[in-house]
Design a protein. Structure first.
Length: 160
């Protein structure tokens, strides 16, 4: 009973992480093209998914606590490894193990994609800063210093 509930909660977490990964891939393309409005939409979608993820994680924790109480285990020692060791049905054990592997893969893929996005954003910011520095006038180019006589003479010493 608890094994199925735990597997279902892990599957739900995995599905949400897959959705977040898909958004992260979309975000990569948007960052490359610089579409700020689309980036804002993606960010809003991510926030909604993060709320769903938090709720799913709370449900998984409640299920794990119930499992711990039913099996007379300390709540902090309920790991997927401990649960897998207690599962007698081989099919259920394999399904639970596969769900945990899928979740781990989805989390890793999401983490890597988000690291790529952070790197792209940092590069974009460096480019923007460099562009702004190039556009900012320097003191010597603002002509606040003394002009040479040659320059003055060239402007006013034309013969008619």
């Amino acid at each position: 009973m608890y094994h199925t509930a735990i597997r279902e909660s892990i599957d739900k977490l995995s599905a949400i992480h897959r959705q977040l990964y898909d958004l992260a891939v979309e975000k990569t393309d948007v960052i490359k093209t610089g579409e700020i409005a689309q980036l804002q939409k993606i960010t809003l979608s991510e926030q909604k998914l993060m709320q769903q993820l938090n709720k799913a994680e709370e449900q998984r924790m409640l299920t794990a606590k119930s499992y711990a109480k039913a099996n007379h285990l300390p709540e902090n020692e309920v790991t997927i490894t401990a649960i897998l060791e207690s599962v007698k049905d081989e099919a259920e054990k394999n399904a639970l193990e596969q769900a945990a592997i899928d979740l781990s893969k989805n989390i890793l893929a999401l983490r890597e994609q988000e690291q790529l996005n952070q790197s792209l954003i940092r590069q974009s910011l460096k480019f923007i800063n460099m562009s702004m520095e190039m556009m900012r006038p320097t003191l010597s180019s603002m002509n606040y210093g003394k002009q040479s006589k040659e320059t003055k003479n060239a402007m006013f010493d034309s013969k008619a």
